[in-house]
Design a protein around this ligand. Structure first.
Ligand code: F6R
Length: 608
């Protein structure tokens, strides 16, 4: 999704801004641009495509400047093009970058057109530049102009703007879209993502909704929604270079797959003790609150939703609680009935997914007992707005396709299932069994990663096909869905997942030699039934690839059986995810796709 970086400095900022754009490339974008204050003029450069092209333009034109704003755009309103790329300008005076969506843009555009403003893009963002200029022309200061503009805007925004008449200040504003100030040694910075400026500072101030700030090289002032000057807390975050670089791996996704043993250890570390989970690991008072929970509502999107669907099984089996799981984008439109004593659980890698945040904000108006988030980014909006939280501590996830975020979410959700069970005083023996298994989970994941060589042998067969079917039953159905999602998003192979028992109710019609079937067959009470389902595929000439428990016996005419390491049944969803991630990665590699930034996708989806 779109990324903002801005700097007011005592030194040249061109290179620093472009470096920041490179650091935000992982978020997904289609064009990039920069506006730099230069000798009472503004150098304005934009390119369609990669940041590298913008960098080449900068090398050619060599703009020198101590004040500038830059942006990577992920198209929402208007196609990806140079004209639609940010920064947008008004009358060669005001230049702005914007993340988010202005919902009432058509009305505002009409108003501005009547006031004589001509639009040169199809975006909703351009109107912000014109609106600021309109209010400046009425004799307002830039700060007042920003407040007057804010009053007009409906929707979500993070904005950074510069004025040709002022070579010292940047004005920024936030509402429902992340924006922060970075305190550097030679400069003050603003960005939508701490990673963008992580090489320049480890001191960040996260703006709150409604905040406006004015930034110069040596000073900044923050004002709240009512224009009162306020102090906001400084947060210290160390983002190591190692965590945000690929190292010897070919892609971030590959690195993040192989980081999973360490990431899972980080999730569990300090949260279990003896043969049970520790108290209050979700925040002070969480254990007491858990004892009152009678029902759980999960909302999340994409991969995080799949984690929620696995966890619903755990909440039932371990915590003895009924659970409802909903797409965050659907939840608030179905007029949900909320039982008292229900706990709202959101799951998100980024903590900034607009649909999940909107669901949380909607739910906060309802009669929930409390809200809790399982999240990877402690400074995110979701983390700050939820009453309780657990951070998965997976480290930055840069590849657009979620890998370590998913398995660590599962580890965090298992801790939640155990904590709920402990507070409710149920299933003590089962809890001890799971805790014991969790202690060796990282080692089992490590062992599972060694299946790479076997997976490399089947990857070419899948890579040559246009479709694939994933099958799983029970707790493995969400894992089959996650496998299908991973394959389609990075290799562009059409993939669907079904509970294996549903095959004969329709999808069996698709089976022929061009439809590889990837099945998950752990040892379970329904393993025999799954084997029967696979017989139906075999009988129709389908090629089957099975990831299975060593105890399951099956013969295949074509395809392959890959034996999985042994692990406690309740934790097997985590283990069986790993080969599906490796398979998708290796298939995408063979198909030559842009693995870390697949087409049309963004890392953190900050629009609804
Ligand atoms: C898929 C993927 C997405 C995200 C979804 C939610 O690999 O990454 O489906 O899971 O956009 O994002 P978060 O977890 O940041 O809320």
């Amino acid at each position: 999704m779109c990324g903002i970086i801005a700097a007011a400095s005592n030194r040249n900022v061109g290179k620093l801004l472009v470096k920041g754009l490179h650091r935000m490339e992982y978020r997904g974008y289609d064009s990039a641009g920069i506006a730099l204050h230069q000798d009472d003029q503004i150098a304005h450069l934009r390119t369609l495509g990669k940041v590298k092209l913008l960098e080449d333009k900068m090398i050619e034109e060599k703009p020198k400047s101590k004040l500038g704003i830059a942006h990577t755009r992920w198209a929402t309103h208007g196609e990806p093009s140079e004209e639609n790329a940010h920064p947008h300008k008004s009358n060669e005076r005001i230049y702005i970058v914007h993340n988010g969506i202005i919902e009432n843009y058509l009305n505002l555009k009409e108003f501005l057109k009547k006031e004589g403003y001509a639009f040169s893009s199809q975006t909703d963002s351009e109107l912000i530049a014109h609106m600021l200029e309109f209010f400046l022309n009425q004799g307002n200061s830039i700060l007042d102009a920003m407040y007057l503009t804010k009053e007009k805007l409906d929707g979500a925004y993070a904005i950074a703007a510069i004025d040709k008449e002022d070579d010292k200040n940047i004005i920024i504003a936030r509402s429902k879209s992340p924006l922060l100030i970075g305190i550097g040694t030679d400069e003050l910075l603003a960005a939508s993502d701490p990673l963008a400026i992580s090489g320049l500072t480890n001191e960040f101030i996260f703006l709150e909704d409604g905040d406006v700030a004015q930034i110069s090289a040596d000073d900044f002032k923050i004002y709240d929604d009512s224009k009162k000057q306020v102090e906001r807390e400084i947060t210290h975050i160390d983002i190591s270079h190692e965590a945000s670089s690929k190292g010897d791996y070919r892609h971030f996704m590959e690195k993040e797959i192989y980081e999973q043993p360490a990431a899972i250890l980080n999730t569990i570390d300090g949260r279990v003790g003896g043969d049970d989970v520790l108290d209050n690991i979700f925040g002070l008072g969480s254990s007491e609150m858990f004892s009152k929970v009678k029902r759980i509502q999960i909302v999340a999107c994409g991969t995080s939703l799949h984690a929620g669907r696995v966890a619903a099984n755990w909440f039932s089996a371990i915590s003895e609680l009924p659970t409802q799981v909903d797409y965050a984008s659907e939840y608030r439109y179905k007029n949900p009935h909320v039982d008292q004593d229900s706990l709202l659980v959101t799951i998100s890698q980024s903590g900034e997914t607009a649909d999940t945040l909107a669901a949380l904000r909607y739910a906060q108006e309802k009669d929930y007992l409390s809200s809790l988030t399982v999240c990877n980014v402690p400074t995110s909006s979701l983390a700050r707005e939820s009453e309780y939280s657990i951070f998965t501590n997976a480290g930055p996830e840069i590849g657009v396709a979620s890998t370590k975020a998913f398995t660590t979410q599962l580890a965090g959700l298992m801790l939640l299932a155990l904590s709920l069970a402990k507070s409710r005083d149920v299933n003590p023996k089962l809890r001890t069994r799971v805790i014991t298994a969790m202690r060796s989970l990282a080692d089992t994941v490590e062992e599972t990663l060694k299946l790479k060589d076997e997976i490399l042998e089947i990857a070419p067969e899948i890579a040559s096909k246009d479709n694939a079917l994933f099958l799983g039953r029970g707790i493995f159905y969400p894992i089959a869905k996650e496998g299908a999602l991973k394959l389609k998003e990075i290799s562009y192979i059409h993939a669907e997942a079904y509970p294996a028992g549903e095959l004969k109710h329709g999808p069996l019609a698709l089976i022929d030699e061009d439809m590889p079937v990837i099945a998950l067959a752990p040892e379970s009470e329904i393993a025999e039934k799954l084997v029967s389902n696979l017989e139906e595929v075999k009988a129709r000439g389908g090629t089957i690839y099975v990831f299975s428990d060593p105890s399951i016996s099956m013969e295949l005419k074509s395809g392959r059986i890959i034996k999985m390491p042994k692990c406690d049944f309740l934790l097997t969803p985590i283990i069986y995810t790993i080969p599906l991630q490796i398979l998708s990665y290796e298939v995408a590699l063979l198909r030559g796709t842009d693995i870390d930034q697949p087409r049309n996708l963004a890392k953190s989806v900050t629009v609804e």
